[in-house]
Design a protein around this ligand. Structure first.
Ligand code: FAD
Length: 306
């Protein structure tokens, strides 16, 4: 990933996208439509999330392998510790390696069912992502990324401790982090400052901001679930105002404002020197490609200017 960021950083800030494992054949067809759309836009990498507890394990491993073998994209496989012994985790990494995947985003994962519920490690598993970073690195030539949290992880006692845990994951061998989605760029900038102040060496590693274009009030709920917090009032007000006060939300207006918000955030992140823009796509290409077009990225050619 870090190498790909360097290759892509020639003229414009690179971007990358996140996919989710499809649940069925129709979902898989939709994913492939998005994959082919993004392929024309040259993302630095694409990541594939991992279902809680490995519920869609076989499909996830197969589809991520197909991304490696049948596209020009660089896939990053998310790997979570939930419900897996260390032996199972090793064998999963082996399955990814067999299909040509060398980039793994190492995560602990959340308790299945209720992300805020009590965390129990698998009796033969790992307690924290940091341990899994070491395990994956020990397995061979893998490039590892980890999660970072601009507003702190919901289980961390405070931001300083949260930053110390991130620095430990980076020291354990992670080469970069991807943040939890956020809606206030200042949170991202403060995280970056905290890591640099705490550990200048680890702080030099890329912190890739994650964005999600809001396309409806329903996506607001999804975004709040994914980041485990309410969206800021300033953002909610703009979206609600666009929705109008009629019985039906004005979806076109909400979508327009959602894309506008994501574009403004992305532009500020570019201006502030973010190393890459990582978009949650929910396996649709349209909203992300609109944001990229607003920012001046070409659709069929490599990006044109910084
Ligand atoms: P850890 O780094 O292990 O941290 C977990 C908690 O323990 C935190 O509160 C941390 O502060 C604390 N902690 C860490 N180290 C220590 C230590 N040494 N001692 C004491 N406390 C410690 N979930 C999925 O199920 N599938 C996915 O594909 C997925 N993709 C994600 C992608 C991104 C970019 C992000 C930001 C999150 C993703 N998640 C995914 C959610 C993630 O699994 C959860 O947020 C999870 O609760 C934390 O994972 P982590 O890897 O940061 O855990």
């Amino acid at each position: 990933v870090v190498q790909s960021l360097q290759v892509h950083s020639g003229r414009m800030v690179p971007f990358s996208v996140e996919f989710n494992p499809p649940r069925d054949a129709a979902g898989e067809a939709r994913l492939w439509r998005a994959v082919r759309e993004f392929e024309r836009m040259h993302p630095a990498f694409v990541s594939m999330t991992y279902g809680a507890g490995g519920s869609t394990k076989d499909r996830t491993v197969r589809v991520t392998g197909e991304l490696a073998q049948e596209t020009t994209l660089l896939p990053v496989a998310h790997l979570t510790a939930v419900g897996h012994s260390v032996a199972e985790l090793r064998s999963l990494v082996g399955a990814y390696a067999d299909s040509g995947i060398r980039n793994i985003l190492v995560l602990r994962g959340d308790p299945p069912g209720d992300p805020l519920g009590e965390w129990h490690k698998h009796p033969e598993g790992v307690e924290y992502a940091e341990e899994l970073v070491r395990i994956v690195r020990d397995l061979g030539d893998f490039h590892v990324g980890v999660a970072s949290f601009p507003q702190g992880h919901h289980r961390s006692p405070d931001l300083e401790t949260d930053t110390a845990f991130l620095a430990a994951k980076l020291r354990a061998g992670a080469e970069y982090s991807i943040t939890q989605m956020f809606f206030e760029v200042d949170h991202y900038l403060r995280l970056r400052d905290r890591v640099v102040a705490m550990d200048p060496v680890e702080g030099a590693k890329p912190i890739i901001p994650e964005l999600m274009p809001i396309t409806s009030l329903r996506t607001v709920t999804r975004a709040e679930e994914l980041c485990g917090r309410a969206l800021p009032d300033s953002v909610l007000e703009r979206l609600r105002e666009a929705a109008g006060d009629g019985p039906e939300e004005d979806r076109a207006a909400v979508r327009e404002v959602g894309i506008e918000i994501a574009t403004e955030m992305a532009q500020r992140l570019i201006d502030e020197g973010a190393p890459c823009l990582h978009f949650i796509t929910l396996n649709f290409a349209k909203a992300t490609s609109e944001v990229l077009t607003n920012l001046g990225y070409g659709v069929t050619a490599a990006p044109v200017s910084a």
